[in-house]
Design a protein around this ligand. Structure first.
Ligand SMILES: [Zn+2]
Length: 126
């Protein structure tokens, strides 16, 4: 049986795919049971300025999956998957750590190359 696909449903499909990945991912609390709070400060350079925002992770039911979308409109196939390095640092019980990622997506014929930096702060139960 084949399901019809239209251009309009592409975005819906992407968010469904994302939800499925989040559902399939192990829970953060299962991987790092001692984790108390987790906060991410995310900064992205765009047009010479840095746009930053803070994301508080609800540890109790958060999936161990950290994929941030690219801020550039028109970027295809981009985004930042910081899951592996983030989970590794949490397993080491690091209280504050920084990382960066460059977008691998493309905008038209050009590579996006949007740079993202993050500062993660975490607390742990002893
Ligand atoms: Zn991008």
């Amino acid at each position: 049986m084949a399901f019809g696909r239209s251009k309009n449903s592409e975005a819906a499909q992407q968010s469904a795919e994302r939800r499925r990945r989040e559902d399939d991912a192990p829970r953060l609390a299962a991987i790092v049971p001692e984790l108390g709070e987790l906060k991410l400060e995310i900064g992205e350079r765009r047009l010479g300025t840095t746009v930053s925002h803070v994301r508080r992770i609800v540890v109790a039911n958060a999936p161990a999956l950290f994929v941030l979308t690219c801020v550039h409109k028109g970027c295809e196939g981009g985004g930042h998957d910081i899951t592996r390095e983030l989970v590794a640092a949490l397993k080491r019980h690091e209280k504050r750590f920084v990382g960066s990622s460059a977008c691998q997506g493309t905008i038209g014929p050009d590579s996006c190359g949007s740079a993202l930096e993050y500062v993660a702060t975490a607390t742990y139960h002893s």
